[in-house]
Design a binder for this molecule. Structure first.
Ligand SMILES: [Zn+2]
Length: 240
C-alpha cells in the first residue's frame, strides 16, 4: 500500500527532467497542486530537446529555441521558473562535471523536495532518463556535504526528500483530481511534440485534443486505482 499525499506539502521543490515535457508528463499535477497551496516550484531541464522530432529535415537550432519557449509557457501556468542545462539531447553523460552543474543548482535553489527520473527502472531504454536519475542522485549527495565541489563556493544544502517518477517500485501517490486539466494544458504547450508523443496530427481537431485529455485522465485513474482517485505515482526516498 502506498503512502498518499505529502503532509505538510513541501515549501520548495526542484523538479528535474531529462527533456522538455518529461516533468509535465510525470509530475505536473502534483506540482500544480503544491503550487496552489504555496510551494515554490522550480523546474530544470537537462538536455536541449534537439532530438525531439520525426522530421528528418527539421531545423534543429530552431527546434531547441521552440522547445525552450514551450517549456517556459508550461511552467508559467504554475508560476515556475525554468533552468536549462543545455546538454545535447541523447548525449547526457553521467560524469563529474555534470554532477557539479546539478550540485550547483541544488545549492542555489535549496529545494526541500527533489523530483526526478528513477535511474533504476528496469529495461529503461532512453539513456538520458537513466543518466539524469544517476546524475541527480550523485548531486543530492554532493550538495549536502561541505567537502564536495568546494570550487563552487556555495554553501552545502541538504534536501529532505526525493520523489522518483517512471519508478521501478511505487510507494507514494499524490492525488491530482483537481489538476488534470492544468496538466493537460501544460502538455499542450509543447506543440512541437504533438505528433511524436501526443498522437495529435491536427491541433485544431477538437476530437484529437479531447482524446489526448482522456488518455492523460486514464493514466491518472490507473495510477490511483488503489485509492480510487486520479493520481501521479512515485518512489519516495526520505531523510536523504
Ligand atoms: Zn524524456
Amino acid at each position: 500500500m502506498a503512502f498518499v499525499n505529502l503532509n505538510p506539502i513541501p515549501k520548495s521543490v526542484l523538479a528535474i527532467g531529462a527533456h522538455p515535457d518529461d516533468v509535465e508528463f510525470n509530475c505536473f499535477g502534483t506540482l500544480a497542486k503544491w503550487s496552489k497551496f504555496g510551494s515554490n516550484i522550480q523546474i530544470a531541464i537537462m538536455t536541449d530537446g534537439s532530438k525531439g522530432t520525426w522530421n528528418e529535415n527539421e531545423d534543429l537550432k530552431q527546434l531547441v529555441k521552440t522547445r525552450k519557449k514551450e517549456q517556459i509557457s508550461a511552467a508559467e501556468l504554475i508560476g515556475s521558473s525554468v533552468y536549462f542545462l543545455d546538454y545535447v539531447d541523447g548525449e547526457l553523460e553521467h560524469k563529474r562535471s555534470t554532477v557539479g552543474q546539478v550540485t550547483k543548482l541544488i545549492r542555489q535553489t535549496k529545494p526541500e523536495v527533489i523530483i526526478t527520473h528513477d535511474p533504476f527502472k528496469k529495461y529503461r531504454l532512453h539513456p538520458d532518463h537513466r543518466n539524469c536519475g544517476m546524475i541527480v542522485f550523485d548531486a543530492v549527495v554532493a550538495a549536502r556535504d561541505p567537502h564536495f565541489f568546494k570550487e563552487l563556493n556555495l554553501k552545502h544544502h541538504r534536501s529532505n526528500k526525493m520523489l522518483l517518477f517512471e519508478q521501478e517500485e511505487t510507494d507514494h501517490l499524490e492525488v491530482i483530481s483537481d489538476y488534470i486539466e492544468i496538466k493537460v494544458n501544460a502538455l499542450l504547450k509543447h506543440v512541437s511534440q504533438y505528433e511524436s508523443t501526443m498522437d495529435i496530427t491536427d491541433k485544431k481537431d477538437v476530437q484529437q485534443i479531447d482524446k489526448f485529455y482522456k488518455w492523460i485522465q486514464e493514466i491518472a485513474n490507473s495510477a490511483g486505482s488503489s485509492i480510487k482517485q486520479p493520481a501521479e505515482s512515485f518512489k519516495l526516498i526520505e531523510n536523504i
